[in-house]
Design a protein around this ligand. Structure first.
Ligand SMILES: [Zn+2]
Length: 272
């Protein structure tokens, strides 16, 4: 993956290739993320790099099912809420993120694409709210299949039940892929392990190995998620245990995650 987040995306294609995808009704995956601080050991692009890696894994599984798939330019100007006060977290207004993503998806529709799925790797509440708003508005404004892939166990917090035409509901991962006792809320063991596997030059594993775990009780995690308190709750800007990255089974994790999402995508298309 040394070619970066544009590898295998539309960014690296010419327009006639894009046309051949839309002419054959290819499905579009849009990697969604932010540019945000990820502790002293990971780069700001961690979430969008991971969303892109996930998209590549999902694409492969969908193609094995006979589906043509193309990856859109990664969208990395989403909303930083939890870490918004930290240096390195670009503070894009919700309206800006919404308008920009809307214009990008509208362009894809104008190119002729009819099945568009958002693949998100950034957990902030306000970010998902903004992304969901866009997929909802697109499916109201255009008669195409445009869905945000979203986990069933959290969607009720957003007033969703998974039957919405703009949501592709995903079953949460059930297998165990790490042994850390500290949940990877932000820049912890799992994100560190994925980045180390695909972008070793961008990952400071010596630093990661030296970092003490940071864990918060549920109430404090909510305070973290609502934003503005990152520095007092976690001065290093991470939440979890980066040092445990070596216990993560990265490929098992990514294959399992991609399998859950690709299955959900195929199911949602059959209900069209
Ligand atoms: Zn992250």
């Amino acid at each position: 993956m040394t070619e970066g987040m544009f590898k295998d995306t539309m960014v690296n294609m010419n327009w006639t290739e894009i046309k051949s995808y839309s002419d054959t009704n290819a499905l579009v995956l849009i990697p969604l993320g932010v540019i945000e601080e990820h502790g002293p050991h990971l780069c700001l692009g961690t979430d969008i790099y991971i969303a892109h890696i996930q998209s590549i894994f999902i694409k492969k599984l969908l193609e094995q099912e006979g589906q043509r798939v193309v990856i859109a330019p990664p969208f990395y100007w989403g909303v930083c809420q939890a870490t918004g006060s930290f240096i390195g977290s670009f503070r894009i207004k919700k309206e800006t993120a919404r308008d920009l993503l809307y214009d990008i998806i509208r362009s894809l529709i104008e190119f002729g694409f009819k099945n568009i799925y958002g693949i998100n790797a950034h957990g902030d509440i306000e970010h998902s709210v903004a992304m969901i708003d866009v997929f909802k508005k697109i499916s109201e404004d255009y008669s195409i299949n445009c869905r945000y892939t979203f986990y069933k166990d959290v969607m009720h917090h957003y007033g969703l039940n998974g039957t919405e035409a703009f949501i592709c509901p995903i079953t949460p991962q059930k297998i165990k892929i790490n042994t850390s006792e500290y949940q990877d809320v932000h820049a912890g063991d799992i994100e560190t392990a994925i980045m180390h596997q695909f972008y070793p030059d961008l990952t400071d594993i010596n630093k990661a190995a030296s970092l003490p775990p940071v864990s918060l009780d549920n109430e404090k995690i909510m305070t973290w998620l609502y934003g503005g308190h990152t520095e007092s709750l976690s001065p290093g800007g991470y939440l979890g245990s980066p040092a445990d990255f070596g216990t993560v089974e990265v490929l098992k994790h990514l294959n399992n995650l991609a399998s859950g999402i690709s299955t959900a995508i195929i199911e949602s298309m059959s209900t069209e």
